[in-house]
Design a protein around this ligand. Structure first.
Ligand SMILES: [Zn+2]
Ligand SMILES: [Zn+2]
Length: 81
């Protein structure tokens, strides 16, 4: 049985019910909200569920807050990726 994934920033401890990048459509591969990114071949991405651009888009739209535990805006590892 697949374990429920927790999305937790390893630096500030903020958690999300699902990957916050999924709250916005992907500007790179155009995956809609709630749908993981796909490569053009239709296969999942290597080593990630979403494109980095999508994280930035989520941040730009306020779905992903700036990480308080880090000087750069990115939350560190979001576990479960
Ligand atoms: Zn994408
Ligand atoms: Zn964080």
């Amino acid at each position: 049985m697949p374990r429920a994934k927790a999305y937790v920033c390893s630096l500030c401890g903020e958690r999300w019910p699902r990957d916050p990048a999924l709250e916005v459509p992907c500007p790179r591969c155009l995956a809609p909200v709630g749908v993981k990114c796909r490569r053009p071949s239709g296969h999942p991405l290597f080593g990630a569920e979403v494109h980095h651009d999508r994280d930035h888009e989520a941040m730009r739209l306020g779905k992903l807050k700036k990480c308080p535990g880090r000087p750069t805006p990115n939350h560190a590892g979001v576990a479960g990726r």
